[in-house]
Design a protein around this ligand. Structure first.
Ligand code: ZN
Length: 143
């Protein structure tokens, strides 16, 4: 395999984040949450396995649904967090503590949404269209 040379993220074997199997697939975007998990594994658990995180073809449809569900869920959590924070500040008449508690509520809701974290794909590196069967026919005239 020549995939070893284009290591944008972790080196080593690729691992599907959905089924957990060592399969090739679409690369996951290396965002702050993934970086945190990697850091945590390295520093706290001392087991640093530098997997290339991917979503394999078989899991792609399931992943796509889970991802869109997650994006909506996170937005809902943050809206609730901001509503509570706003309410707290309004009720307290804008005291400094209310702002701190408000920020803590928003941070807590954000952390809560990360429990079911579904990372984004690295769309720059690979097109999700590859995971679709090319049976639609006729439209590909790039030859
Ligand atoms: Zn998979």
């Amino acid at each position: 395999m020549q995939a070893k040379k284009i290591s944008v993220q972790g080196r080593g074997e690729s691992r599907c984040i959905y089924c957990g199997q060592p399969k090739p697939g679409l690369p996951v975007r290396e965002d702050n949450v993934i970086r945190c998990v990697r850091w945590f594994n390295r520093k706290m658990l001392r087991k640093y396995r530098n997997y290339r995180l991917v979503v394999c073809r078989a899991c792609y449809p399931g992943y796509k649904k889970a991802r869109s569900r997650y994006v909506k869920k996170q937005a809902t959590y943050l809206i609730i967090g901001f509503l509570f924070a706003g309410l707290l500040v309004a009720v307290s008449g804008g005291s400094g503590f209310a702002f701190i508690y408000g920020a803590a509520i928003v941070a807590f809701m954000y952390a809560l949404s990360l429990v079911s974290y579904v990372p984004a794909l690295d769309v720059g590196a690979a097109r999700p269209a590859r995971a679709r069967p090319a049976a639609a026919g006729g439209t590909n005239k790039l030859k």
